[in-house]
Design a protein around this ligand. Structure first.
Ligand code: NDP
Length: 340
């Protein structure tokens, strides 16, 4: 069958694209530039009869997806992964929140108007739409599930870039569920809610000078930028990008996944645990690692739990461990030239 994938030049979507092609899908992808499109076509030239693209330069613009969703043969599913994830912004509203919300509503609206064959849209949301970072004592004693919503508001989202990112994900996902409830389209939706995503980068979409946000800390560590002490981890749950990519496809294929959110996380990590993996596996980077270990494995004294059982039971997902994920990430960074 034939599907549309948005933001295919991104860290996560590049893995989704590869898996879709391996599983026999015919795929149209969207990217922002001709150059990015050509790199993806070149990387997947063995699939050239099953791969095409449409440029969508800015998902925030009205009608951005109106042409992309029209296809013959038509689409049965859509994976909406595109959304800004960077924290170097001056205006969280126009740079993060508007593209996230308008992009999500844009693809839902375009599908309802122009692509009546689509049965499901899988949306990459985030644990930022679930976890409340302001719970006292890091939420100790509390277990988050798909029933939880981060209470962050638009107003709080305007305060700084990281609030802006969290609000962008929460408000975009909320807008998607509201759309389905109010507009009653022919399709249903499923949302994928991962925390920090780590894992190998694809050389045809990534570079050391503009590495995706969630892998940046690992590049910093191997470049010696945390030699005087690693910063606090900020988030303490994570998932490998390959498991996350697969969860998107399973949520597209599994009938019962419709109308559901999926909290996709392997479990806990800390910056200290990442550093331990690098120290064990990459002697060439040890000199640049922090000299002192963080207390308590880098974890705060109290910490919430995250329930990933729906992803295992309903999707049948299994999770890679932190060691293999960080090791494969660092290898991919070395291939891009890190350490040279
Ligand atoms: P990337 O930055 O690698 O990917 C983001 C993608 O969205 C890029 O292809 C980017 O295009 C595209 N994009 C961003 N803004 C626009 C815009 N205004 N118009 C058109 N395209 C746009 O990040 P990830 O792969 O990590 O993120 C992918 C998704 O996963 C996002 O929805 C993100 O919120 C979500 N997510 C990521 C997590 C993580 O830890 N990585 C955790 C939880 C959720 P370009 O590169 O050309 O700018």
């Amino acid at each position: 069958s034939r599907v549309l994938l948005t933001g295919a030049s991104g860290f996560i979507a590049s893995h989704v694209l590869e898996l879709l092609l391996q599983r026999g899908y015919s795929v149209r992808f969207t990217v922002r530039s001709e150059e990015k499109a050509q790199r993806l076509l070149e990387a997947h030239k063995q699939y050239k009869d099953k791969l095409d693209y449409v440029l969508v330069k800015d998902i925030a613009q009205p009608g951005a997806f109106d042409e992309a969703v029209k296809s013959d043969p038509p689409f049965t599913g859509i994976l909406n992964v595109a959304s800004p994830f960077h924290l170097n912004v001056t205006d969280p509203k126009t740079e993060l929140i508007d593209p996230a919300v308008n992009g999500t509503l844009g693809i839902l609206g375009a599908t309802k108007a122009f692509a009546s064959t689509v049965r499901r849209i899988v949306i990459t949301s985030s644990s930022a739409a679930i976890v409340d970072p302001n719970k006292p004592n890091n939420g100790a004693g509390y277990t988050y599930t798909e029933n939880d919503w981060n209470p962050i508001t638009l107003e709080e989202g305007l305060l700084n870039p990281s609030n802006g990112y969290r609000a962008s994900k929460k408000l975009a996902e909320k807008a998607a569920w509201d759309f389905v409830e109010q507009e009653r389209p022919n399709f249903d939706i499923a949302t994928i809610n991962p925390p920090l995503v780590l894992g190998p980068v694809k050389p045809y979409v990534s570079s050391l000078s503009s590495l995706n946000t969630s892998n940046e800390r690992v590049l910093d560590f191997i470049q010696g930028k945390a030699k005087n002490g690693a910063p606090p981890s900020g988030v303490y749950i994570w998932v490998d990008v390959r498991d996350l990519a697969l969860s998107h496809i399973l949520a597209l294929e599994n009938l019962e996944a419709g109308g559901k959110r999926f909290f996709i996380t392997e479990g806990y990590f800390s910056n200290q645990k990442i550093i331990d993996v690098i120290r064990e596996n990459f002697p060439q980077f040890v000199a640049g690692l922090p000299e002192e270990d963080q207390p308590n494995g880098g974890y705060p004294q109290g910490l919430y739990k995250a329930d990933n059982s729906r992803s295992k039971q309903l999707l049948g997902l299994t999770y890679r461990g932190l060691g293999v994920s960080v090791t494969d990430l660092v290898k991919s960074l070395v291939e891009l030239g890190a350490g040279r």
